[in-house]
Design a protein around this ligand. Structure first.
Ligand SMILES: [Zn+2]
Length: 148
């Protein structure tokens, strides 16, 4: 189950993958929608602790529509936003996801010839980077003394 944390929601990619296979991909589409909601949630909860970080704001509904019309666009946005957010945040997260264009190229070029394995690995790294970032927020918050 997705876990609610102080700075956002963490999801287990392995579970998502399993449920997606069982539902013939339908769960994966819903998962993409939730991720963009997770972005908004993280932005609301963590904004004050990282005011200079690249904001994780995008419209989940717009992204869902694009997923059907031109799926590379939401993929590109999802990677670019998280990559820039982690890179520019004062919360130090050692892990980051692929940059947007690299993720799209992995999907396009390596997708078919690796039987989907390369995109799945890229996706699981994306989720892991996001999960780690949420945890890093929590840990580094504890070390910062309360400001008056
Ligand atoms: Zn953050």
């Amino acid at each position: 189950m997705p876990k609610e944390h102080k700075f956002g929601t963490m999801r287990k990619y392995r579970r998502v993958l399993f449920l997606s296979i069982v539902t013939f991909g339908i769960y994966y589409i819903i998962y993409q929608y939730w991720l963009f909601q997770d972005f908004e949630e993280h932005h609301e909860k963590a904004f004050e602790t990282e005011p200079r970080a690249y904001p994780l704001i995008t419209n989940p509904t717009t992204m869902l529509i694009f997923l059907f019309i031109f799926p590379f666009y939401p993929i590109y946005i999802k990677y670019t936003l998280l990559y820039d957010h982690i890179r520019t945040s004062c919360i130090q997260s050692p892990e980051n996801c692929s940059i947007g264009i690299k993720a799209v190229l992995t999907f396009v070029i390596l997708g078919a010839c690796t039987f989907g394995i390369a995109p799945i690995v890229t996706e699981s790294r994306w989720q892991r980077a996001f999960n780690e970032h949420i945890l890093d927020h929590e840990h580094q918050q504890e070390n910062i003394p309360e400001r008056r």
